[in-house]
Design a protein around this ligand. Structure first.
Ligand SMILES: *Cc1c(COP(=O)(O)O)cnc(C)c1O
Length: 376
């Protein structure tokens, strides 16, 4: 097996993958309607439930072909009964995406807005639930990838359940990284795509959740043909297959990535991401960069740093310098502040971050930015 050029991706997904995962895609051609292929997906679906410590009798996973946004679309359009309302607990770009999905489908919803650099106020969440007994679905984002803030999902889930609503969480940027316990965390549905925490390829997304609720949703309005949770679940249960063509090679890569996930282990993997995250902070601190979210409220996977006040600072130029040397950095996602992001996803470790900061410092010097950087 020939080594493939290794790029260090510090963007929030797709992430750096191992060569064994890359090569797992190179397989003999197969029609995905063959039993052999359906058998592969059965084990894969069970593994996806086990990652969040779900009991496979009570919880299941449903696969879709698409990027992670497809999951948000599916849970919202599929799991809302007629005449009921969605509550989106919104403190960032990904929950805003959920609000936009509600708008596109014409779903009755409340966009409960909080500042992007603060955790939602649970008193306000509870009051909203009390004032609106027609809320049947509460949705939020675990790690708001735009800023890196960690939301208190266990507490929000408990409030949702106390008011008779189901709780769906966008865990795309924590799943298979920061440990999640679906039951203890009061989650009915969580989700991710294979290219983030699992360190596989793009094109496969999945929703992990409560079987009984999916079965109950059979009676709910069908708002999409391709993106309906019950229809896809039911097809899987009856045939073991996806309703429409699956991303075949990505599924092979994901199966290999899962093997590597179990080999590394949940705790060891989380510790590795934590080492990377701390190395990112150390590097930024040494260069004088400030970040946006209070350290103790960060999810431990994404750091949002503020642009320095230096006339020579040019994100594009710094990006291009690093990119040419195998390191990818990423712009921020906050409309009111100019930021860039460094993420701890992927098959990388502390040494990669040290190597990155050597190049990043060079990039600053090369573009004439004063080090340590200055803020007004
Ligand atoms: C990456 C991500 C998604 C999916 O985004 P795509 O552009 O569809 O891949 C959804 N939610 C969160 C929190 C994410 O980090």
């Amino acid at each position: 097996m020939e080594a493939i050029k290794r790029n260090i991706l510090l963007n929030p997904g797709p992430s750096t993958t191992t060569d064994t995962v890359k090569y797992a895609q190179v397989v003999p051609d197969i029609c995905p309607r063959e039993k052999e292929f359906g058998g592969l997906m059965k084990g894969l679906r069970e593994d996806l439930v086990k990652i969040v410590h779900g009991d496979t009798e009570e919880y299941t996973s449903v696969l879709f072909c698409g990027s992670g946004t497809i999951n948000i679309d599916i849970v919202l359009n599929s799991l809302l009964p007629e005449g009921k309302k969605v509550l989106v607990v919104n403190n960032g770009a990904y929950s805003t995406r959920a609000v936009e999905i509600c708008q596109y489908y014409g779903l009755p919803h409340i966009d409960l807005h909080f500042p992007v650099d603060q955790r939602p106020d649970l008193v306000v969440v509870e009051q909203t639930l009390r004032d609106n007994p027609d809320i049947a679905l509460v949705h939020t984002t675990h790690n708001e990838t735009g800023t890196g803030i960690l939301n208190p999902i266990r507490e929000i889930g408990a409030l949702a359940h106390a008011h008779g609503a189901i709780f769906t969480v966008d865990t795309t940027s924590t799943y298979a990284m920061r440990p999640i316990d679906i039951e203890a965390d009061n989650i009915d549905f969580c989700m991710a795509s294979a290219q983030k925490g699992l360190m596989a390829m793009t094109g496969l997304s999945f929703i992990v959740g409560n079987r009984q609720i999916i079965e109950a949703s059979k009676a709910y309005p069908k708002r999409s043909y391709y993106c309906n949770l019950y229809l896809q679940y039911d097809f899987f249960e009856r045939t073991g297959e996806m309703h429409f063509t699956p991303p075949v090679q990505t599924i092979y890569a994901t199966i290999q990535a899962l093997k590597e996930y179990w080999q590394e282990g949940e705790q060891a993997k989380w510790e590795r991401h934590t080492r990377v995250f701390e190395a990112i902070h150390k590097g930024l601190d040494e260069l004088g960069f400030r970040d946006v979210i209070k350290r103790e409220e960060q999810a431990g996977l994404v750091v949002s740093a503020i642009y320095p006040d230096d006339p020579n600072w040019n994100f594009e130029a710094v990006h291009d310098y690093c990119y040419a040397r195998g390191f990818t950095i990423y712009p921020g996602k906050i409309s009111t502040t100019n930021t860039f992001r460094l993420c701890a996803l992927g098959a990388i470790d502390e040494q990669d971050i040290r190597d990155f900061f050597a190049v990043f410092r060079e990039a600053l010097e090369h573009t004439g930015v004063q080090v340590p950087v200055r803020y007004r």
